[in-house]
Design a protein around this ligand. Sequence first.
Ligand code: ZN
Length: 376
Amino acid sequence: MNKKRFLFIGIMLLIITISIGCSDNSEEEGTEQTQSQAEVEGLEDEESMEEENQTEADEETEAEETEDFIDPATVSANELGQVMVLMYHHINEPEDTWVRTPENFRRDLEELYERGFRPVSLVDYASGNIEIEAGYKPVVFTFDDGRQNNFNMIENSDGEWEIDPDSAVGILIDFHENHPDFPLEATFFINGGTPFGQEELVEYKLNFIVEQGMDIGNHSYTHENFNNLSAEELQYQLGRLNNMVLEYLPDYEVNTLALPFGSRPHDEELMKYLHQGEYDGVSYENIAILEVGWDPYLSPFHQDFDPLKIRRVRASEMDVDGVGMYDWLGHFESGARVPYVSDGSSKTLSFPKNLEDRLGSSLSDSKVLQPYEPKE
Ligand SMILES: [Zn+2]
């Protein structure tokens, strides 16, 4: 999303807020609620439209504001709450520590959908560009190791290739088609060699993922433990993988990294090569670095948010020691952990007033802040 446009809209919203007046105006609030209600129901409420009418000059920007504005308190918006970055590996039979069955993966999607979670891309999460409807919670899907069962193709009786409906990509696409309000967003972290198996189909698969709006991430060229690698070796691991993807997708930028084994170089000095480096004359840059991790991570607007140290949640039920996805879903519901809840607009940043001191990442600078008193 264009930063200048953000700023411009932010400034316009500020001017409007000032011109309307910041005092409690229940009539104004009532109008806005009527308007958003009408929007939710897809109705054209002429009366509320009339009440909306301001001066001619205001009309366009006013429409832009009301189109997005939903009173954050009515949806308990909390854009300083936490986000689950889910970590999957195999999608296969039978269920195991690092294997989720197709049936269980479908159940995960259904559960997340029913509980009001909506997928956002890892890059959008890391850059604070979360665009989902008001009252919904963002979730990020990631798959490590580029296994064939993540994206398998099968030849039908006419000799045509079709996506295996039991592979991760097949399941995600099917779920999205049946739930259009559940966007197709996921990042596949691959290694060198033959990502997703089936050598003759690698180019097709990588292109397909990107065309569908999903992403390819860096999981190192040979899945090496990073603890004791040199600067050259680290840049080989990350740069060579980056260059391999460029051969298939010359215009695509791999800019996310899932650390193999969650490992980082012991030498602090070498940490910078995870973020940026160069191999064979081509530079790379990762704007998000993922740990193996155990728990939901911070809002991108939280003062302690570090996009280069994003923790993940294991999306499984076996051997998760109380820190799997379903445990965290339970903690979100009990209030032991507080999830990120969207206010419906990526231009504004809404949160209960008492959390104001947690705000602080530079990503919040371009947003219109909307602290509010939660309703009892
Ligand atoms: Zn791995």
